[in-house]
Design a protein around this ligand. Structure first.
Ligand code: DC
Length: 217
């Protein structure tokens, strides 16, 4: 466990957790890891090698070979990469192979912000601050669709909403790391919020948790 402040930001696809995590990282001057990129990189690697995404052994081996510089590939930000990620993320071997990378990041002396699905429950259960960011599927689909259009992808809102529903079912349906809030996470529903309002609300939650963490550590 790091001696610094560790913040866990979990939530479903396109809930705004990435933007919130980046804002918290900038505010507290902490390094930020978008753990979705790890799963996206494994999925993209498997597809490039033309390997079967349902083969847990091959996917686990691809995850074990992952390096930090692979996370900078812009191809990881596409809709297709999100779908590939969600498919390989169901394998316990993949999740296990990605543990060390995430633990090392969270263990930095500076502290860290990590966003994902299972940060507060599995990766850093003793994080000082835990947020679980949600929004309705329709609002999440609208946000993701706007983002993908800006990236130049030809995709309809209805397709993105269908993706979100499929991914919610798959991400929340596995035994290894069910997508659920940690018991001690604070829920942040951003459905009716602007980015600024969500960022402010997240900072208030972390400030309260940080005050408790300073007193007890
Ligand atoms: O947050 P994202 O859209 O980049 O995540 C892509 C997929 O990766 C998501 O559908 C589920 C998986 N994932 C996961 O299982 N655990 C994480 N900590 C992060 C992502």
């Amino acid at each position: 466990m790091s001696a610094g402040l560790v913040i866990a930001v979990d939530g479903p696809a396109a809930s705004g957790k990435g933007t919130i995590a980046a804002g918290l990282g900038a505010h507290y001057r902490l390094p930020v890891l978008d753990t979705g990129l790890l799963y996206r990189a494994v999925g993209v690697l498997m597809r490039r090698l033309d390997e079967d995404l349902d083969d847990a052994g091959l996917a686990g081996a691809a995850a074990a070979r992952l390096t930090a510089d692979q996370l900078r590939d812009p191809a990881l930000r596409t809709r297709a990469a999100g779908e590939l990620a969600s498919r390989v993320a169901v394998h316990a071997k993949v999740r296990g192979a990605l543990l060390d990378f995430q633990h090392a990041f969270a263990g930095q002396a500076s502290g860290a912000v990590l966003d994902g699905r299972d940060i507060g429950t599995v990766i850093v259960p003793d994080a000082a601050a835990k947020l679980y960011v949600t929004a309705t599927p329709e609002v999440r689909a609208k946000r993701r669709w706007t983002q993908l259009i800006a990236q130049g992808e030809a995709v309809t809102y209805d397709d993105v909403l269908a993706d979100i529903r499929t991914r919610d079912a798959r991400d929340g349906g596995r035994d290894t790391a069910p997508m659920r809030p940690a018991d001690d996470a604070v829920l942040l529903d951003t459905t009716e919020m602007t980015i600024e309002q969500a960022a402010d609300a997240a900072r208030r939650i972390v400030e309260a948790a940080r005050a408790r963490w300073i007193t007890t550590s």
